[in-house]
Design a protein around this ligand. Sequence first.
Ligand SMILES: C=C(OP(=O)(O)O)C(=O)O
Ligand SMILES: [Mg+2]
Length: 426
Amino acid sequence: MLRIAEVHAVEILDSRARPTLAVVLRTPQGLKVRAGVPSGASTGRREAVELRDGDPDRYGGKGVSRAVAAVNGEIADALTGREFDSFREVDDALRELDGTEDKSRLGANALVGVSMAAARAEALLGDRELWEHLAAVAGARPRLPVPHFNVVNGGAHADNPLDFQEFMVAPLGAPSMAEAVRAGAEVYAALRGRLAGLGEPLGLGDEGGFAPTVTLEQPEEVLELLVGAIGDAGYEAGRGGVALALDPAASGFAADGGGYTVAGESLTSDQLIDRYEEMVDRFPVWSIEDGLGEDDREGWTRLTARLGGRVQLVGDDVFVTNPGIIAEAVQAKIGTAALIKVNQVGTVSETLDAVRVCREAGYAQMVSHRSGETEDAFIADLAVGTGCGQIKAGAPARGERAAKYARLLEVADARPGLEYGWVRAR
Ligand SMILES: C=C(OP(=O)(O)O)C(=O)O
Ligand SMILES: [Mg+2]
């Protein structure tokens, strides 16, 4: 039973110095919880709509005063003093109040902050850790996820020539959460040394990975560098040690008339698939997210048929954490896994529904941060609670990313019995 005494939003800044919301929720028992709302840059077209003010004189139109006002006005009026059986009922009330398919009236950023806070309050009221509560609600077996550290940034997350957005290292073979985080940090340090040796500036992209501007243009050059850095740090590059994962975020370099442009070269979908196949042959790449654009559904089906047996194919822009869209994609044989982002669908309970649809279809899941983050580590608990076995939360540097890894370490330390690692979806 969850009774809401007060819900209140404050405008804060995210990790890109853009406004977002912090939501504070109080219960009559004197409990106070807080949630920070993340925000993406390379968003899928069918994501739930983040409400921005559009006033060019404030934050270039990116202000959130309308979303803040929605929480402090309509949402607070509707929820305060009410008693709910569960946070799912709070989510239902939020959706009903908003009244749109895409949550555009009150804003998915307003809704998701309240939803996260409600889930957190309910966990505390039941004297449970958030991950324990989410596991109970989802009917899942909790597990510590393989962290995917985004160590080189490009695309929409960096001002550099790299078209691929994310180059990640994933310690699939680590024996524990603590060893996985250590591997991520040691590879990051080794990579820093290699980049310095190349004369690259050591500036960072939005997710805390390096953003080389001078010597690297082709994705294969970055993969080669990463294999070198993994070796420098004393690890084996591969599934038994530290593997590689990509999020090209291909919608970001899709050409207008169809096809793609990578490092100035025009490629058809099939040529880009050939290129991925060569990467998988040459490098220990174990997972590719958004290898093709969200509108290239036929290409996605061919990509899945060709590479789905060799490498995990994760849908992000193409699935947008939407249970209905994922169910359609399963029918169309698109991808083998889904990225799971709470703000992409706009409530925690719909996020758990998306995870369930994946699980039933034998699709793997990777819980994800956004490129604009706060210090809130909700997704660490979500990853553990759903037992999905995978998380991506950026580089092992910068407070807003490190906070997620810190929370995973804290859970691992408190519950030595929890297993670490990736799980085959079926
Ligand atoms: C985390 C991502 O970036 P953003 O938050 O900008 O969508 C992503 O594309 O997976
Ligand atoms: Mg992505």
